[in-house]
Design a binder for this molecule. Structure first.
Ligand SMILES: [Zn+2]
Length: 251
């Protein structure tokens, strides 16, 4: 007999990760839990989600403001305490740890993204339409690959978005170039812009920017975060280039 499904919402899924007590024997023996990174990633994600929900909940013009306010309220525990914040930036944190943290944040967002933001019920579909703006990483198409690596010279972290469905990520515009020939110009869709912005925010959370001062031109940033995504033209050019160099090698 099928019971009515009680799928946890995205907020509940994250809270469950944060609140779960580790029972792994290896962690209990060693006294330090290897799963702390997972909890930290869940806290980071909940923090991002709740910040966006609180802004939407206060937007009088948003017809779903009440719904967003309800979901926002569920981000607090029964004592009214907020989700437990995780401090991300640590002075002198090795770049390897930062990239690992960013990777864990992205993985957690994509995992939690499988749970619905809005509870099952009437009106779910119309509400769900607007949810991507709260969670661009969780709502990104499954086929998309997101990779994080340390940039050359250890001064940057690069986040690459690959395998983007063309119709999801790019808007084609027919324009006339300087030789009066027709060409297609690709601009990122709103969904891709949102995803890039969110990934940048996740990366920047590990950055320090206390004390940057434009007056003295002193930048206290410890590294830069770049988010890269190739448009269909660049992808096509790269494919041709790879075919050619392969032909040269074998021929
Ligand atoms: Zn553990």
């Amino acid at each position: 007999m099928a019971k009515p499904s009680k799928r946890p919402t995205r907020v509940e899924a994250l809270q469950a990760v944060i609140d779960s007590e580790c029972t792994a024997p290896t962690c209990q023996q060693s006294g330090t839990c290897r799963h702390e990174g997972e909890k930290a990633a869940a806290r980071h994600m909940l923090e991002r989600l709740l910040k966006k929900l609180s802004i939407a909940a206060e937007n009088q013009a948003d017809e779903h403001a009440k719904t967003w306010a309800d979901i926002y309220a569920r981000g607090y525990d029964s004592h009214g305490s907020t989700y437990r914040k995780g401090a991300k930036y640590r002075a002198g944190q090795p770049m390897k740890e930062r990239t690992a943290g960013i990777r864990a944040d992205i993985k957690m967002a994509r995992m939690a993204g499988k749970a619905p933001l809005v509870k099952d019920g009437p009106g779910l579909v119309s509400q769900a339409l607007g949810t991507y703006r709260f969670d661009p990483i969780g709502e990104a198409p499954d086929q998309i690959k997101i990779r994080v690596h340390i940039g050359a010279g250890y001064g940057s972290i690069r986040i690459r978005i690959d395998n983007i469905p063309q119709e999801w990520g790019w808007v084609a515009e027919e324009v006339t170039d300087y030789r009066d020939e027709k060409m297609t110009r690709w601009t990122p869709s709103q969904a891709l812009k949102d995803l890039k912005g969110e990934l940048k925010a996740v990366g920047e959370a590990y950055n320090a920017d206390h004390g940057s001062n434009t007056m003295t031109d002193c930048s206290a940033r410890s590294f830069f975060v770049f988010v890269d995504a190739d448009d269909p033209d660049t992808l096509a050019r790269r494919a041709v280039h790879q075919r050619n160099s392969r032909a040269r090698r074998t021929g």
